[in-house]
Write a protein that binds this ligand. Structure first.
Ligand SMILES: [Zn+2]
Length: 124
């Protein structure tokens, strides 16, 4: 999958081309501040989206993780607080309305739209 093509496609379809261009990184290793392994991340300091390259073998998961991080970007661009709270859920609901996909709830938001099994990312 061409990740830049996927980004442009989702930007047009789900965000009305309103997301500003980002750096897209495929990386072997993404961890959060608690040293937990992540499938993807919105890196606001670098205006970048990082995706674990193990997902190249799982295009549907990659697509889902990319969409998730793009919602984080949309929330940030709008000047709203980070995280998986009401701003994330509302932005995600707007994004997937054209796709007919289910919107996240506060309990599903952190792994929405599709959970990525930790084993897929390999050993820590
Ligand atoms: Zn998230």
């Amino acid at each position: 999958m061409n990740i830049a093509f996927a980004y442009d496609h989702l930007n047009a379809l789900c965000f009305g081309n309103q997301l500003r261009p980002v750096t897209l990184r495929l990386t072997p290793w993404i961890v959060n501040e608690y040293d937990e392994r992540l499938a993807g991340a919105w890196v606001e300091a670098d205006w970048a989206i990082a995706i674990d390259r193990a997902l190249l073998d799982h295009p549907q998961l990659l697509f889902g993780v990319l969409l998730h991080e793009m919602v984080h970007q949309a929330v940030h661009q709008a000047g709203n607080p980070a995280g998986h709270g009401p701003f994330f859920c509302a932005a995600a609901a707007r994004a997937v309305a054209p796709l007919g996909l289910p919107a996240p709830t506060p309990t599903t938001a952190s792994t929405w739209p599709v959970p990525v099994a930790r084993e897929l990312l390999g050993e820590m």
